[in-house]
Write a protein that binds this ligand. Structure first.
Ligand code: AMP
Length: 190
């Protein structure tokens, strides 16, 4: 099994690129954000708790998303691997992932990082808000806090995966097709 991580700041195009990636390499796409939004839509207790944090632009507790990831690893079969989108988002989550994979005799295959400059993040989110109607894309305070959370808690993962020699960065400023080709050229070698 291959374990790819799709990394990048909010609005970098992770969700947009994921579809083509899972199709080409026969992967299961696991987006913790999407899983959490389904919990909210279903009105579960977990969803209710997560909603307040998501609406504030904060992270939900590590254990919550780690449990979601592990249950997918345990149940999804018939794929060549997984594409983790939006997870890990903290060093603690990355360490938990390493442990989970170690227990299965596996390890992270590579991190494909979609990078855009800070000033583009808000533009991209505004564009997505008009299309997808996500509540956390509509409020400027939420967006600002998500950017702050990214820098404080998620960005340190770049060094974490660079040290492990698993970090591959792609400029995500071009068209969807241009970025897709750059992503494929990285993944073809992993
Ligand atoms: P996303 O769809 O990846 O932008 O995630 C939307 C929101 O869900 C984030 O702003 C967080 O509040 C929450 N979330 C998604 N993934 C994680 C994660 N790995 N750890 C903590 N919170 C997460």
């Amino acid at each position: 099994m291959k374990y790819f991580i799709l990394f990048g700041p909010p609005g970098a195009g992770k969700g947009t690129q994921a579809g083509a990636m899972v199709e080409k390499y026969n992967l299961k796409h696991i987006s913790t954000g999407e899983l959490l939004r389904s919990e909210i839509a279903a009105g579960t207790e977990l969803g209710l708790k997560a909603k307040a944090l998501i609406d504030a632009g904060s992270l939900v507790p590590d254990e919550v998303v780690e449990g979601m990831i592990e249950s997918k690893f345990n149940t999804v079969k018939d794929v060549n691997g997984f594409l983790l989108d939006g997870f890990p988002r903290t060093i603690a989550q990355a360490e938990a992932l390493d442990k989970m994979l170690e227990g299965r005799g596996e390890s992270v295959t590579g991190v494909v990082s979609l990078m855009i400059p800070d000033e583009m993040i808000k533009e991209r989110i505004a564009h997505r808000a008009a299309i997808e109607g996500r509540a956390d894309d509509a409020n400027i305070e939420t967006i600002n806090n998500r950017i702050k959370t990214y820098h404080e808690k998620t960005e340190p993962l770049i060094a974490f995966y660079q040290e492990a020699d698993k970090y591959y960065e792609v400029e995500s400023m071009g068209t969807i097709e241009e970025v897709r080709e750059l992503v494929f050229s990285v993944m073809d070698n992993l």
